[in-house]
Design a protein around this ligand. Structure first.
Ligand SMILES: [Zn+2]
Length: 386
């Protein structure tokens, strides 16, 4: 299998914005055809791709600004031949291109489309993996404009003596403020550890925000495994774990983590908090649908207590797009993320810088805030690094 290698720019200037903007395809030009792709065509903002066999297609998105190519992200591919292409970019009349790669076990071939953007209204499923140094904080905005925050890092609970905790700053609160959000449909605390609930306390205590539900292990609204949070009609938020799995009440608070499987169109996301081997095995043993295009890697990339064993990773990373996100603080005293070799086959993005540099070309660290945009087919990753 040919692995795709590319250079990700260190400085990534694409910024996020409150409302998604659609960039319509126009003036598409086929640079060259491939032997693996039998037909490519653009019509009415849709990309038609037919392959000569049932093979893996992957899209990569680029923007050209000031004569520099900026990589915008990867795709998720469905089984259809037709793809709507939407790119969250704010630049008027900027040139973009999409590289369509077809590959089987022997070969790959690229076809490139160039086009110019013309923004129009479009909404994405956005996930913002906020850089809260050591901890977790994820903000989600759905296409129908529902807001969810999952965890908030240490926030002001962090010790001012420990810079890996963000000097006790309300980093999640500041980030949410920068988005102009003032209402959440759900505030979700995956589990009661300070690197997750601390920043949520900042938000709840600020008198700036309102919210409909505060979901935690203390306040479950009778949600049980298998239920969905009622939000968008097209996006599913399914609970795969809430509280200790049966018979595991002595396994440690990490294993009370609320686990969510998010589905939107062809794209699947798995958000696991700090769930360890106990929860991961429970989900596998109960045949839960775990495969995901994007896995928010458990427990800041730790491998202790059976977390992220090979069987689990093979189960999760069982789709064409294999993206892992690790939230952790540079120089954290736990040594997170400890076991990068376990993720060597996957595209990994980390908020911080690991103690030892990753030897893997498909790993990107010190990303800062990591924002993903999904239109139900593609997942586009934007890195807020500077
Ligand atoms: Zn944690």
């Amino acid at each position: 299998m040919n692995l795709i290698r590319f250079a990700l720019p260190i400085i990534f200037s694409i910024v996020f914005f409150a409302c998604g903007i659609n960039e319509k395809l126009s003036n598409a030009n086929i640079i060259h055809d491939s032997g693996l792709i039998s037909q490519v065509m653009v019509e009415n903002n849709q990309l038609f791709v037919k392959a000569t066999e049932d093979i893996h297609l992957r899209f990569e998105y680029y923007c050209r600004i000031d004569n520099k190519d900026k990589h915008l992200g990867w795709s998720v591919k469905g089984l259809d031949d037709v793809f709507n292409i939407s790119i969250p970019c704010k630049y008027e009349d900027s040139q973009y291109y999409i590289k369509v790669r077809a590959e089987n076990s022997n070969a790959f071939q690229d076809t490139v489309f160039y086009f110019y953007a013309s923004p129009s209204n479009f909404s994405f499923l956005e996930m913002h993996f906020i850089d809260v140094e050591q901890g977790d904080a994820t903000y989600i905005k759905t296409p129908e404009n529902y807001s969810i925050i999952i965890d908030g890092g240490y926030g002001t609970r962090g010790s001012s003596k420990l810079d890996w905790q963000g000097f006790g700053q309300p980093l999640a609160l500041n980030y949410i403020n920068s988005l102009g959000i003032d209402h959440f449909n759900y505030i979700i605390e995956t589990h009661h550890h300070a690197d997750h609930y601390g920043g949520l306390s900042d938000i709840k205590n600020s008198n700036t925000y309102t919210w409909d539900y505060e979901l935690s292990n203390n306040n479950t609204y009778n949600y049980v495994v298998g239920q969905n949070l009622e939000l968008d009609s097209d996006v599913q938020f399914k609970i795969l774990n809430i509280g200790y799995p049966p018979g595991q009440s002595n396994s440690g608070i990490n294993n009370t983590s609320i686990v969510l499987k998010v589905n939107y169109g062809y794209a699947d996301f798995l958000l696991t908090g700090d769930a360890e081997g106990v929860v991961q095995n429970y989900m596998m043993q109960n045949s839960m649908e775990l495969k995901a295009d994007l896995f928010k890697i458990s427990h800041h990339g730790s491998s202790s207590n059976g977390t992220c064993n090979t069987e689990f990773l093979n189960t999760v990373f069982n789709k064409d797009t294999k993206i892992g996100i690790i939230s952790f603080g540079t120089n954290n005293p736990y040594g997170h993320p400890k076991a990068l070799y376990r993720f060597s086959d996957y595209y990994v993005f980390g908020t911080g810088t690991p103690p030892d540099q990753s030897p893997y070309q498909n790993h990107y660290f010190n990303c800062g805030n990591i924002i993903t945009y999904c239109d139900g087919q593609a997942i586009i990753i934007s890195i807020d690094n500077n």
